[in-house]
Design a protein around this ligand. Structure first.
Ligand SMILES: [Zn+2]
Length: 214
């Protein structure tokens, strides 16, 4: 009960408590916290407190009189769904939409005629959105084994897989990967965190990687 109260306090910063006429009068409120994983990641780690953006994007204008714009936070990386859906999650490196530099972009500062080089610097943790459903009404995305998710990826520097999030309608399950390769299943519908085999079949909705060097 204590844990539930703590969760409600935490979640209520982001989601409303609403009065539900169908609930008993002694407990008439319920918290509606259903959301997409990318929206949650964005609120919790990037906008509310930008502690864990996946990358920081800055731009450099070729007009010396331009007022430099502030860097922006990139909450997560997206993937080319078609590549994942046809070739599998094994080719994640090629499917992630990431470019370190974009050249010759028109400057966004008001009245500036210049062009900018946009640079994206990946941060400590990278969250990759793996929602490859071709239609939002499709309840299930692509299935894979935990072992299919690439252990290392390169975005300027090397990153190691530390977790995969599974989505089954109405519920998220976290799988943590230890450096030894051992997997742990973190499911709040179960009492304990349990070890699990890398042949476990899941429907991933996100993957988290950590930088191997600073
Ligand atoms: Zn400019």
């Amino acid at each position: 009960m204590e844990i539930l109260c703590e969760r409600i306090v935490l979640l209520n910063e982001f989601y409303p408590l609403v009065k539900d006429p169908e609930l008993p009068s002694i407990k008439p409120y319920k918290l509606i916290a259903e959301d997409s994983i990318t929206a949650m990641w964005k609120y919790l780690f990037c906008y509310f407190e930008p502690t864990e953006p996946s990358a920081i994007r800055s731009s450099e204008c070729n007009n010396s009189e331009c007022i430099p714009s502030l860097p922006t936070y990139v909450p997560y990386f997206e993937v080319n769904s078609r590549i994942i859906n046809t070739k599998g999650i094994q080719v994640l490196q090629d499917a992630v939409l990431f470019n370190e530099h974009y050249y010759n972009i028109k400057c966004r500062q008001k009245n500036c005629p210049g062009t900018v080089i946009e640079t994206t610097r990946p941060y400590f943790h990278i969250f990759i959105d793996l929602d490859t459903r071709t239609h939002h009404k499709k309840t299930h995305g692509l299935k894979c084994q935990l072992a299919d998710v690439p252990v290392t990826l390169n975005f300027v520097k090397q990153y190691r897989l530390i977790g995969v999030i599974e989505y089954i309608p109405g519920h998220f399950i976290g799988y943590c990967r230890k450096p030894s390769g051992q997997w742990l299943k973190c499911d709040d519908m179960q009492l304990n965190v349990e070890g699990c085999d890398e042949t476990t079949v899941i429907t991933p909705i996100g993957a988290i990687y950590i930088a191997l060097s600073i």
